[in-house]
Design a protein around this ligand. Structure first.
Ligand code: SF4
Length: 407
């Protein structure tokens, strides 16, 4: 579940559409707070009626844009916001706000961009006599409505439609498109590659696994009960090729797809579960270790905000699910402060040690493998848990028997 902050200036009809979306099951975002630059904005009442914290930040005369935006950034961060959605916010964002949420500020514009950017787009379209109109959800950059396009909705304009009716028709499309695009963005299905947005869709055999992952992690619910008789295996989502923080290099995908017939794969991602797994640009976590290795390390996000508690709670929850669902083996991503291994202090140096999820799973009796000993893990799975070991048995092990849990 990704916490979003919504910036508004007016009555907030798009905010209402976003609030409605959060009430649907498995919505991957929730609205952490609403900020308005206009104390009279109807959107503020709308937010408060829905129980969402709402704040006014007016730009006072003489106030520098940088200072003004810094206040808003502090407010958004105080509410744990990871993604910012502009919903009729009548200001051009500056460097301070954009760099605080790089690649994570979205806007909806009432035209088919790049046509008719700026104010009064609907009137511009009507005056130009265009035959098609629509709206665009895009990432915000320093220009006016110039950021990469995430999605668009389009319709043919009926003969004789007035400018006012056209505005209303476009607004109906906005209310459908914005929540949908935001949900896809928060579910990592829209990725920015080389300045262009690409839709991500898992390979056909992996689609049910991705859907199960989305349904459980974004809704923070336990996964469905396993198929009887099939061993259940937890795998870091990015090792499945799902677009979490590391993208997944796909190295394990072919064998994972082969294995789908023999094991139930249960993809896990503490960062997504903690609401931190926002896709692009990659979020950089740092773990700072305390003096004693047994103490939990402090984990900070790219802003230096401490996120340890959220991540540890997510790891606890996943470990609990694994125990309930009788997961016997886990394959975890290395070099992740949340999953397989992180840096822990040892004789004045920092060396790889088990990460939060690995620690909890091992304590619960789950056999943990990372990429380093992945092959040994497959062999263990084949020989210990799968009656007919094809194809795992043929997988060479680096050092059979030695690698288990050797984080
Ligand atoms: S928490 Fe684990 S699964 Fe999620 S992105 Fe990090 S390493 Fe990958």
């Amino acid at each position: 579940m990704t916490p979003i902050g919504v910036l508004v200036s007016g009555r907030g009809s798009n905010l209402a559409a976003l609030i409605d979306r959060t009430r649907l099951p498995a919505c991957p975002f929730d609205i952490a707070c609403v900020v308005s630059d206009n104390p009279a904005a109807g959107a503020l009442t709308l937010a408060r009626d829905a129980g969402i914290p709402a704040f006014v930040h007016e730009k006072l005369p003489g106030m520098k844009k940088r200072e003004y935006e810094r206040e808003i950034v502090e407010r958004l961060r105080a509410h744990g916001v990871r993604v910012v959605a502009l919903a009729g916010f009548m200001r051009i964002l500056g460097e301070t706000l954009l760099s605080a949420f790089p690649g994570r500020v979205l806007n909806i514009h009432p035209s088919l961009l790049p046509a008719f950017p700026g104010l009064h787009a609907q009137e511009q379209a009507h005056a130009a006599g265009v035959r098609y109109a629509g709206c665009t959800v895009h990432l915000v950059d320093a220009g006016t409505d110039t950021g990469p396009i995430l999605d668009q909705a389009c319709f043919r304009i009926p003969e004789g439609l007035t400018a006012q009716d056209l505005s209303l028709r476009i607004l109906e499309h906005e209310h459908r498109l914005y929540p949908q695009a935001l949900a896809r963005f928060c579910r990592h299905e829209l990725a920015l590659v080389d300045g262009r947005v690409r839709s991500w869709s898992p390979l056909a055999p992996l689609r049910p696994v991705w859907e199960a992952f989305s349904a459980t992690h974004f809704a923070r619910e336990a996964p469905a009960a396993p198929v009887p008789g099939r061993p259940r295996v937890a795998v870091s989502a990015c090792l499945c090729g799902f677009p979490c923080r590391y993208d997944g290099d796909g190295r394990f995908l072919p064998r994972l797809i082969d294995g789908l017939a023999q094991v139930d794969v249960f993809p896990v991602c503490p960062e997504v579960l903690a609401g931190l797994g926002v896709p692009r640009p990659r979020i950089q976590f740092e773990n700072e270790t305390e003096a004693a290795p047994e103490q939990a390390p402090v984990i900070r996000d790219e802003h230096g905000v401490e996120v340890t508690a959220g991540l540890l709670a997510a790891a606890d929850r996943i470990a609990g699910w694994c125990v309930e669902r009788e997961v016997r083996v886990a394959f975890l991503k290395e070099n992740s402060p949340s999953c397989g291994t992180l840096r822990v202090p040892c004789r004045g140096r920092r060396v790889p040690g088990p990460g939060p999820l690995a620690t909890r799973l091992m304590k619960a009796g789950v056999r943990v493998f990372t990429e380093e000993n992945f092959d040994a893990g497959l062999l263990t799975l084949g020989t210990s848990f799968i009656p007919s070991p094809e194809p795992w048995e043929q997988t060479p092990s680096r050092e059979p028997g030695k690698d288990e849990n050797s984080l």
